[in-house]
Design a protein around this ligand. Structure first.
Ligand SMILES: C[S@@+](CC[C@H](N)C(=O)[O-])C[C@H]1O[C@@H](n2cnc3c(N)ncnc32)[C@H](O)[C@@H]1O
Length: 260
């Protein structure tokens, strides 16, 4: 029996799956880079130690090192494979047990990662513990119901292939989204500010959409053949869509929380 945690480690064993998902957002309108928003929301100066937790391929880490050359920006991730291409200092660690002393960091980031953490409240308590008094915690995630248009394609394809229970595209990330995040954040921090970046992704061809769906393979509780059949069913549906429409459109709205 494969556990959810093992499925997640398989998905994040290397950078390829995450890169496929990020690739889809190059068609977003208006154009937007979440890294720009993070830079805007963090203090402009005076940062010493910054911990980028769940750093993945290090896109925030890299930019923050460039913006704050005097700061020590450490990329932390549970998966060593994700950190393989990120320059030192990097650290393999879990968000729920960060190997830094109390009151040591000026800023902690948890960008699009808290929905993967087993115990969100425990991770938030850990972020608060390592932050200096007055330090900044920044998190990002998706709005509730994000990408429902792709979720509908997935669901129809799953019905006749993997079965609907293999993976629930529409609720898998609900553990930390715009609906579920505010309560634990308010419990852990004194102030919580919310910022939204609304957008629509208009994809001009099926390839990147199928790449996105394919990147979810390790999370689906089914045989490879059933997952291949799901991708084929989705490809047929998308071919029908593109026969009539120039683009496949879906909502993509990111939400950021700045906490003290
Ligand atoms: C969706 S990616 C986001 C990566 C990066 N923050 C970004 O936005 O580009 C989620 C990352 O969180 C990591 N992760 C998941 N659970 C974690 C945990 N409990 N502790 C540390 N990292 C974790 C995964 O390995 C993956 O690299």
């Amino acid at each position: 029996m494969i556990t959810d945690a093992e499925r997640e480690m398989t998905n994040y064993a290397h950078a390829g799956n995450l890169k496929s998902r990020i690739d889809l957002y190059r068609y977003r309108e208006p154009r937007f880079d979440p890294v720009d928003t993070a830079v805007e929301l963090l203090p402009k100066e005076g940062l010493g130690l910054v911990l980028d937790v769940g750093a993945g391929i290090g896109r925030y880490t890299r930019r923050l090192r460039a913006e704050h050359p005097r700061a020590a920006v450490v990329a932390i991730d549970k998966s060593p494979g994700m950190l393989a291409e990120v320059e030192a200092p990097v650290m393999v660690a879990d968000a729920q047990a960060i190997p830094y002393p109390d009151d040591s960091a000026d800023a902690v980031l948890a960008m699009h990662m808290l929905y993967h953490v087993a115990d969100v409240a425990e991770a938030l308590a850990e972020f608060r513990r390592v932050l200096k008094p007055g330090g900044t915690f920044l998190a990002s995630t998706n709005i509730a119901g994000d990408m429902a248009e792709i979720g509908a394609v997935w669901e129809r394809a799953a019905r006749s292939t993997t079965g609907p229970g293999a993976y629930d595209f529409n609720t898998a990330l609900d553990g930390f989204n715009s609906a579920s995040a505010p309560a634990p954040l308010r419990a852990a921090f004194d102030t919580v500010e919310e910022f939204r970046e609304e957008g629509v992704v208009k994809v001009p061809e099926p390839g990147p959409l199928l790449g996105y769906l394919a990147s979810l393979r390790s999370w689906a509780d089914c045989e490879d053949a059933a997952f291949d059949a799901l991708l084929e069913a989705a490809a047929r549906e998308l071919a029908g869509h593109f026969a009539e429409h120039r683009t496949f459109d879906f909502t993509k709205t990111a939400v950021f929380y700045r906490c003290h």
